[in-house]
Each structure stands twice: as structure tokens, then as C-alpha cells.
Ligand binder design. Structure first.
Ligand code: FAD
Length: 512
């Protein structure tokens, strides 16, 4: 039996990043992954002559040399930034509302965005200006809080981020109403609420605004060779720095000695020793099935049970035998919704009759991502409640997934007036069942726990240390305090590694 300074369970973005950082600090680390490759959702797969992107359609908070986002700094610090080729996607989004038969295309760039909105909604410019000022302040304040959360200076916060403090406990709806943004502008602005998993009356303003600011100001990126490139790069760097990775290695039990973490037991019978664990999987699974009942802290159990699972994955991957130009697909991203009202849309997305989606034409960002004269078109349509899981049976599975996929494709064709079906060469459909099996996440939740009401980004950031209550056990990934998305999960890995380094230091001090 070998003993490691730390073991990381799960090689998703969070697990890869925390393993790399610990390895760079010279720690003896082992990353255990149940599947046969790195990345978790950050991967690609092949059907016929198409290589599909599994999850990354827009990387936020990366920016560029001139306007570096937090993630850019992290990649630079780790020497990763010059090793990946990113492409900035064409436009922020193109949204269609089926109930009103209207559509709006929104650009990147704060000035460009405000001008376009003014064109669509005359009289919206003042409120939008206020929104972007507040959004930038929220972004800066969140960075300050993240970096100083153990020594927050209230007077510094008051002096530097006075408006952030005023809006920090309010929802998107409350703040947009308060700054008197016209209703239609509010709806266009928030039409990408699905990425955050909560309708705008429940979504934290600062969470939405900070993230939206980065997206519009610095654009969204995708790696030239899809997200698998990022995962493979991290894997290579881990090995170069002496870290170990074992695939086909599923952890079934966390072991304890004298009520302290002692190691892990795999389904293949292997045992590895460590006193420090980072879990890139959900607290629901860790506390529900990997720990002996007697070791689960009652408050951790209560916390995991009180949380609501976020969107459950439903995706369609199409390989089309025509070019985007021949098909008439001009945009990169199409948001197709039944209504621009996020409350109504949330209910639509909770029903099995949903036909809304976010669709991406990969070739319109990376023309060479598939053979000449073909197109990769992918639909992401997360289901908002547990309707799929409750209604699916072994018997109706194929009929149910085909029916939902067909209504999503039909709605896309009808709203955009672009014919797709006759050109489908390859089709793959992933449901909450696919995602549950592939990631091990409960009910196929792809966005972690729902960030809603008082359980949103800011309170989670501030109470990160209280999330597990079990000594030397930390979480990273979409179920941890930074929430979901590529940027957030990479950052979560960084924070978990920092925390584990502190834990190891503390332990060494005790021994000395
Ligand atoms: C269709 C889709 C579109 C998306 N679009 C975007 C986007 O455009 N932009 C964006 O920023 N984000 C997007 N996301 C979200 C993003 O992909 C996720 O937030 C992120 O990849 C999650 O990373 P993670 O660190 O939580 O790990 P995960 O990817 O959840 O990986 C967890 C890993 O743990 C492993 N594991 C589980 N149990 C065990 C066990 N017992 N033992 C060993 N290993 C185990 C799993 O096999 C998996 O590899 C999208 C997601 C999906 C599904």
C-alpha cells in the first residue's frame, strides 16, 4: 500500500486543476478517475466522421493579455496559457422567443451591446449603463472577497464597493426594476438565465451581473481543439510534475482510522492511503454513499439534503452533411425559448413538453472542426426539475428521449426557418440518465446544486470552510462553493488545492 500526501477523486476540471497545483508544490498526489480518460464533462467523442464537443460552448472569465480574467491569471501562473489556442466566438447570443415570434442578436463589447439594445428597445441606454457599472463593481468586489475571505475589511468594502453592498442580497429582478430598465431590455439581457439555473426572481444579481459583465466585456472563448485539449494538457502537466493518475479507478469507500481520513477503497479492491482528500464529486454522493454513516457530520448531511439539484443534462449532437453557409446557419449560438419571461420558461423547462434549447454551430467558431461541407450543430437543453427521472422507465426511455429531441429540433427549424432534419448524418442524444451514468452525479445534474435564494454564490463563497466540517476533506467542481462552468470549476480546483496545502502544513506543524 502506498501513502500519498493527497488523493483526488474524479478527473473533471476541478480534480485536474487541484492535482496539478498540488503536484507543482511537490506533493505526492494520486488522481483517481472511474472512466478511461481525463476531463469528466470536459471531453469530446466521435460518431462517424464527426468529433463532437461534449460541453464547452463558451469559456467565460478568461479574457486576454490586455484584459485578463481570473482564469487567465491562473493559467498563466501554471504555465498553461501559452499552450492552448483559444478562439473567441462570433457573437454573445441570438435569442428567439417562440410565443411572440421575435428575435434579437446581441454582440460582445459593452458599447456595442448598449447600442444594439437601444436599437431594439429605445430608451434603455441609461438603465443599461447603470447595469454595467454595477456589474463591473460586483465583479471586482467578488474578486476582492474571494481573495480576502478570511480577513475581510468591512470599511474597505464600504469605501470601494458601496453599490455592491446595496445590491448584494437582491435578485436580478429586484435590481433591474430598481434601476428602471424597460421590461423588454430586462428580458433580452437575462435570456441566458438558463446557464445560471434559476429564473430571474430567484437568481442573485451579483452572481448574474459579474459573470455577464465578463462575458460581454471580454467575449467567450473556446479552445481550438475542443475542451478535450484542455483536459489532456492538464493531464500531461500533472504527469510532468510527478503526479500520478489512475483511470478505470472508481472509489467506492473512504477509509478512516481513529476517526481520521486514512485512504480510499476502489471497486477493483485496491486501497490507497492518504490523510487528505479532495472530492470532485457531489457531497450528496460522498456523504450518502462513500462515507460510513457514523463518520458523516450531521450538519454536512443536513446541508447536502437541503440543497436542490440544478439543471439535468439533455443534449443533442448533430453531424450535418451540408456546410453552415449552405444550410443558412449564420450565427454561432441560438437561444430558442418558448418565452422571454424566465419564470414561464423555467416552468416550460421543467416539463417533458419543453422544446427550448441553446444551440451552437461549432463550425461558425472553428471552421475546420468537421470535414469541408459538413456542420456540427449541438443543442443543450437542461431540464429544470426531476420530471425526466420521475417519468422514465426502461420501456419508454428511447421513445421519451427521441420525442423530446424531435420537439427541440422541430422548434429550432420552425423559429429559425432553417431546415436541418434532411441533412442529419449522425445523431446522438444524451439524457439525464446518460449524464448520471457518465459523471456519477445525482439525477444527471450537470450544473451542481441550484444557486438560489439565500443559497447563492456569495454566501457559499463566504462559508466555503464550513461546507464539509470533516477534517482534511475538501470539495471541488460544480457541486462546490464556486458553482458550475469551466472557469468556476478550474478555480474551485485551485481553491481546494490551496486549502489542502494549508491542511498539510497544519498537520506537519502538529508532528513537529
Ligand atoms: C451539455 C453541456 C454544456 C455545457 N456548456 C458549458 C459552457 O459552454 N461553458 C461552461 O463554462 N460550462 C459549460 N458546462 C458546464 C461544465 O461542463 C461543467 O461545469 C464542468 O465541466 C464540471 O466540471 P467538474 O470539475 O465539476 O467535474 P465533472 O465534469 O463533473 O467530472 C467529475 C468526474 O468525477 C468522476 N467520478 C465520479 N465519481 C467517481 C468515483 N466514485 N471515483 C472516481 N471518479 C469518479 C467522473 O467520472 C468525472 O470524470 C456545460 C455542461 C454540459 C453537460
Amino acid at each position: 500500500m502506498e501513502k500519498y500526501d493527497a488523493i483526488i477523486i474524479g478527473a473533471g476540471n476541478g480534480g485536474l486543476m487541484s492535482t496539478l497545483e498540488l503536484a507543482k508544490y511537490g506533493k505526492k498526489v494520486l488522481l483517481l478517475e472511474k472512466s478511461n480518460k481525463p476531463g469528466g464533462l470536459a471531453t469530446s467523442f466521435i460518431r462517424g466522421r464527426f468529433e463532437f464537443e461534449a460541453s464547452l460552448f463558451g469559456l467565460n472569465n478568461y479574457g486576454n493579455e490586455e484584459h485578463p480574467g481570473e482564469l487567465y491569471h491562473l493559467f498563466k501562473k501554471l504555465g498553461l496559457q501559452e499552450k492552448v489556442d483559444f478562439v473567441t466566438v462570433k457573437e454573445a447570443y441570438h435569442v428567439y422567443a417562440m410565443d411572440e415570434n421575435v428575435d434579437y442578436t446581441m454582440p460582445f463589447g459593452i458599447m456595442e451591446y448598449m447600442e444594439k439594445m437601444e436599437e431594439y428597445v429605445p430608451g434603455s441606454q441609461n438603465a443599461l449603463k447603470k447595469f454595467f457599472v454595477l456589474a463591473e463593481e460586483s465583479k471586482e468586489a467578488l474578486i476582492y472577497i474571494e481573495q480576502n475571505k478570511n480577513k475581510l475589511d468591512a470599511s474597505y468594502l464600504k469605501r470601494n464597493f458601496p453599490d455592491f453592498l446595496k445590491v448584494s442580497t437582491h435578485t436580478v429582478d429586484k435590481v433591474l426594476e430598481a434601476i428602471k430598465m424597460p421590461k423588454r431590455a430586462q428580458e433580452i439581457l437575462t435570456s441566458c438565465w438558463v446557464y445560471f439555473g434559476s429564473p430571474t426572481d430567484k437568481l442573485s444579481f451579483v452572481h448574474f451581473a459579474a459573470s455577464f459583465f465578463s462575458m460581454i466585456a471580454y467575449g467567450l472563448k473556446i479552445p481550438y481543439k475542443k475542451s478535450g485539449e484542455l483536459s489532456l494538457l492538464l493531464e500531461e502537466e500533472i504527469r510532468k510534475n510527478g503526479g500520478e493518475i489512475k483511470y478505470n479507478s472508481m472509489v467506492k469507500e473512504i477509509l478512516f482510522k481513529d476517526r481520521k481520513i486514512a485512504g480510499v477503497h476502489l471497486t477493483n479492491g485496491e486501497i490507497y492511503e492518504t490523510n487528505h482528500l479532495i472530492c470532485n464529486i457531489s457531497p450528496t454522493v460522498v456523504f450518502g454513499s462513500l462515507l460510513p454513516e457514523s463518520m458523516v457530520p450531521i450538519n454536512s448531511k443536513k446541508l447536502a439534503n437541503s440543497r436542490i439539484l440544478g439543471g439535468k443534462g439533455f443534449s443533442i449532437f448533430l453531424g450535418l452533411n451540408q456546410s453552415p453557409k449552405d444550410l443558412g446557419l449564420e450565427n454561432y449560438s441560438y437561444i430558442i425559448c418558448e418565452s422571454l419571461d424566465s419564470h414561464k420558461e423555467y416552468l416550460n423547462k421543467s416539463s417533458l413538453k419543453t422544446c427550448s434549447s441553446m444551440a451552437y454551430v461549432l463550425n461558425n467558431a472553428i471552421p475546420s472542426c468537421s470535414a469541408k461541407g459538413t456542420t456540427i450543430l449541438e443543442f443543450n437543453s437542461p431540464l429544470m426539475q426531476d420530471t425526466f427521472i420521475k417519468n422514465v422507465t426502461e420501456k419508454n426511455y428511447f421513445e421519451l428521449k427521441s420525442r423530446i429531441a424531435e420537439s427541440i429540433i422541430d422548434a429550432f427549424e420552425k423559429t429559425t426557418k432553417i431546415s436541418i432534419k434532411p441533412y442529419i448524418e449522425e445523431i446522438e442524444i444524451a439524457t439525464p440518465i446518460t449524464y448520471a451514468r457518465y459523471t456519477g452525479h445525482p439525477d444527471g445534474s450537470i450544473y451542481g446544486y441550484k444557486a438560489t435564494g439565500m443559497d447563492n454564490l456569495l454566501p457559499r463563497m463566504l462559508s466555503e470552510e464550513k461546507e464539509t466540517l470533516l477534517e482534511n476533506l475538501r470539495f471541488c467542481g460544480s457541486f462546490s462553493s464556486t458553482l458550475s462552468g469551466f472557469g468556476a470549476t478550474y478555480m474551485s480546483g485551485h481553491l481546494a488545492a490551496k486549502g489542502t496545502l494549508k491542511d498539510i502544513e497544519k498537520e506537519e506543524e502538529t508532528w513537529n
